[in-house]
Write a protein that binds this ligand. Structure first.
Ligand SMILES: *Cc1c(COP(=O)(O)O)cnc(C)c1O
Length: 361
């Protein structure tokens, strides 16, 4: 079985550095655990790093963390489904919201469960994913403040998730001004003015006046140690807390050009001409050594793998990763290692066919 090796010390370190960096400017972090499926062992590292709020997009991940005694305040960061409202009120302390119908139902449910449910109202500043239109914010706030057992604990926005819009001084100032106006008009104290995610890191570092912002929701930067505009490493963070270890199951001399009539591969995609990748674009055939590794598209996003050994990834089917081993002298059973990007890691965490191995060194 392929192994995803997870270095707990590195994750704890990253969480602590980021938490302290933001705390210097009175900005809190909601540590986002969706990338690791709310894995309690990993969530514990964020808590040990000093993070007090954990957010996840799946209520069942939050339930899993709570049942495993992770001590944090839990934030559901996906707009709640109507069918999940009883679970949301029962298990999440906070949820991100943008629909009055849903918020009214959260209120009714909270009354029923004799609980107070806190919400963060999401505003769309141009990325076009979740959030209310800025022109409607007064109406929303007015109505939310009237609802029983609902606490308006914050206003939030999100960038670089759907529209690919990056946070800039312009849109962040616009958001801050909007929040200031609402706080002033309704005399609100907001626990969260949540300005975005890992994509806000560069803006945060370069910006002298962060306005009303007092929170970010951070996942990727903690786990992969990079900001998500240019994917540059963040100073003092580890970028290799996760490592994928695969095994060679077949080694054969093969031609670079498939023999016979080409239609498409197992996924109905047109077949790339691999010889171009290897022979500097020259269309000449070469015999080379091809390895099959024990991982495939069911487990991994192939484009998100970065090999540590000097090999070329040629492609993958459901169950095999096909690589050119170049000049290496590899054996059957030998281990090959890969770094993973966000999508590859998400898939690796989700695959039941990859063993998760925790190390703490
Ligand atoms: C996933 C998500 C985040 C965290 O994004 P990262 O890029 O992992 O930092 C923040 N907010 C919302 C609403 C999200 O869905």
């Amino acid at each position: 079985m392929p192994i995803l090796e997870i270095n707990l010390r590195k994750i704890r370190h990253n969480a602590k550095i980021l938490k302290n960096l933001l705390a210097q400017r009175n900005v809190s972090i909601i540590g986002i655990t969706k990338l690791v499926l709310g894995n309690p062992t990993i969530a514990m590292m964020l808590v040990q790093g000093g993070i007090e709020y954990l957010g996840d997009s799946r209520i069942h991940n939050i339930i899993k963390m709570k049942k495993n005694n992770i001590r944090a305040q839990f934030v559901l960061i996906r707009i709640p489904s109507i069918t999940e409202i009883p679970l949301v009120v029962k298990y999440a302390n906070y949820s991100l919201n943008s629909e009055l119908k849903t918020i009214r139902m959260l209120s009714n449910e909270a009354v029923k469960q004799k609980k107070i449910h806190s919400i963060i109202l999401m505003v769309d500043m141009g990325d076009l994913r979740e959030g209310i239109n800025i022109f409607n914010i007064e109406c929303f706030v007015e109505e939310i403040l009237r609802l029983k057992n609902i606490n308006l604990s914050g206003i939030g926005t999100n960038f670089k998730c759907f529209g690919g819009i990056i946070p800039t001084d312009e849109n962040m100032n616009e958001f801050s001004k909007l929040v200031f106006r609402i706080k002033d008009k309704f005399e609100l104290e907001l626990e969260f003015v949540s300005g975005g995610n890992s994509a806000n890191f560069n803006w945060f570092k370069s910006c002298k006046n962060i306005g009303e912002i007092n929170n970010f929701r951070i996942g990727e930067a903690i786990f992969l140690g990079k900001e998500t505009i240019n994917y540059e490493p963040i100073p003092n963070l580890y970028t290799d807390a996760f490592r994928l270890i695969t095994e060679i199951v077949e080694l054969k001399q093969r031609s670079l050009i498939p023999k016979g009539i080409i239609v498409s591969n197992a996924f109905g995609e047109s077949v790339q001409t691999y010889h171009k990748k290897i022979n500097n674009g020259k269309k000449s055939d070469t015999i080379r050594t091809q390895a099959l590794l024990n991982i495939g598209r069911q487990d991994i996003a192939v484009k998100g793998l970065n090999p540590k050994e000097s090999i070329n990834i040629l492609g993958a089917s459901s169950d095999y990763l096909v690589v050119d081993i170049r000049d290496n002298q590899f054996q059957i059973g030998q281990k090959l290692h890969f770094d993973l990007n966000y999508e590859a890691l998400l898939r690796a965490m989700t695959s039941p066919y990859i063993h998760k191995k925790f190390i703490d060194i």
